[in-house]
Design a protein around this ligand. Structure first.
Ligand code: ZN
Length: 192
């Protein structure tokens, strides 16, 4: 009997594509740091979001993990949809575009649109959205932006909850983590 190969050829191919995306994202965001006091490399956020997404999966979906790694690459690093199609594939490009804000709009309008658009996102895009908000709330807990006062931090937490409340098919596992962080942060940043 021939020995069983592990990983299988297709699992190996998925792993290689995921690592390609991780390296691509790290290179594109190389000069970017998180807003918090510890100014972590931005890639830490991307890896955290991708890990949360992969933890939430009930069946394999390598393109979704890849899109999670790339979720800020259009918004923050000047990559285009066409670049993503060439470098990855159409599915990855569509997912990334679905979670990308229109940067030509003012910040407040973008935030309002995130709340408005959340219920209309595909189930897969909703997983990335929720994982992104979890990562941002965790950062708000351990390393909030120093220049943000308590009111501004609370406003961010309240807004993130409004976006998440609009998701129609959130992963129960991720939702539980979001709720825990949301409650802890509201207590930490009380209404003034
Ligand atoms: Zn993000």
């Amino acid at each position: 009997m021939a020995p069983t190969l592990f990983p299988t050829a297709s699992q190996l191919e998925s792993l290689q594509r995921i690592l390609h995306a991780a390296q691509y994202a790290a290179a594109k965001h190389a000069q970017q740091r998180r807003k918090g006091a510890t100014a972590e490399p931005y890639v830490n956020h991307l890896l955290e979001v991708a890990r949360l997404v992969s933890d939430a999966l009930e069946e394999p979906d390598p393109n979704l993990v890849i899109a999670a790694l790339l979720h800020d690459v259009v918004e923050d690093a000047g990559v285009t949809r066409a670049d993503l199609v060439t470098e990855f594939n159409e599915d990855v490009a569509s997912l990334v575009m679905e979670v990308t804000d229109d940067k030509s709009l003012p910040k407040q309008e973008r935030k309002r649109l995130q709340v408005e658009h959340a219920p209309h996102k595909t189930v897969r895009a909703q997983v990335i959205k929720l994982a992104d908000k979890i990562s941002n709330l965790r950062a708000m807990l351990v390393s909030p932006p120093e220049s943000w006062d308590v009111r501004r931090r609370r406003e961010y937490v309240v807004w993130a909850e409004q976006v998440v409340a609009g998701l129609t098919a959130p992963s129960p596992l991720l939702m539980k983590e979001f709720r825990r962080l949301h409650a802890e942060l509201l207590e930490l940043f009380p209404e003034s």
